[in-house]
Design a protein around this ligand. Sequence first.
Ligand code: NIG
Ligand code: FE
Length: 407
Amino acid sequence: MSVTPAILWRNARVVPCTSIATAATVQADAIVTDGARIEWVGREAMLPAALRERCRSVHDLGDRLVTPGLIDCHTHLVFAGDRAAEFAERQRGVSYEEIARRGGGILSTVHATRAAGTEILLDAARPRLDALLREGVTAIEIKSGYGLTLEAEARMLEVARELGRRHGVFVRTTYLAAHAVPPEFSGRSAEYVRVLARDWLPELARRGLVDAVDIYCDRGAFSAADAVVLFEVSRELGLPIKMHAGQFADVGGVEVATRFTALSCDHLEELGAGDATRMAAAGTVAVLLPVAYYTLGQTKPPPVALLRREGVPIAVATDCNPGTSPCASLLLAMNMACRLFALTPEEALAGVTHHAAQALGLALGRGSLAPGAVADFVIWDLAAPHELSYWTGINRCHAVVRGGAMQ
Ligand code: NIG
Ligand code: FE
């Protein structure tokens, strides 16, 4: 029997987020942590005497709301420069896809990112990461995709890992060399896909830099056939896959992604017939990115009612990137998911906790407050969980507990 001193966190309004239903209401008033893990969650009146005896310290949380640490499951947080001038251009009526065709868009960030050294990339990402952490984010996915050479992609992934170490946040890295065709491969996109899949991916996996593999599968980007090439290598390497799909057009990506049991398909404003059923069957999470939708002034939201009806788990993320989502607020993304995509506040909260964890393949250890989970939780100056999606422009995060320690 374990005799480690435990900590009792009492007088709390605990929202466990083990499901959408438990993201809607306060279910408990106490948590016991043992080291970096949660040992017990419940009504303090029911706390077993032996466990209470093991609690060497007690924190009174002043009747505040407690949720799991938030998880931002889709970001392009590491990049150099910005694309504010393109924002101004779009305000004058030029479209995102038109700017990309002219060699701007993703490729302009690729030029800036290639030119930046590690410290510059770290410095550029820090304020964005800090903003997310101040809002209670304790785990984050960070993609590569602005390097587009073996070494520049490696540098992005290393920077992402280093951010995790320096900021004490749990980072998952995703390889997204299939984000745009770099100038060196201009007009040779199939060859580029073979190189990034067969040469670079095994090497980056060997260096231990890749937790998942992603591809931007859309009109003007990569095809479903390209995704097959990449996913076959990913499967051989035992790496989970994800996909940017249906942001502008359905090009058959979701069908391929679900065949490879993707962890998630992200964006989904354009979803093909039968794709929601395929996602439900494969257990693929729909990651909705309302800030990108808002920034691009899109008008056709993802088919949320269909996803809900089919039982597809829905997550919400910032998509923090310099082009379509210059945003470092997961709370704002939750609000937008409610207002623009008609999510309920409890769906939005499950979308940044339990389902976000599932989108990263972490379902059991993070994103919910239950025995055995990592003791990452947020203490809010709020009374009810729906207030997290209700407010904008104000951060009611009172404190964050990471790995059982108050920050
Ligand atoms: O998720 N759609 C592709 N990738 C990003 C945009 C990246 C960029 O414009 O730099 C997205 O929206
Ligand atoms: Fe993205």
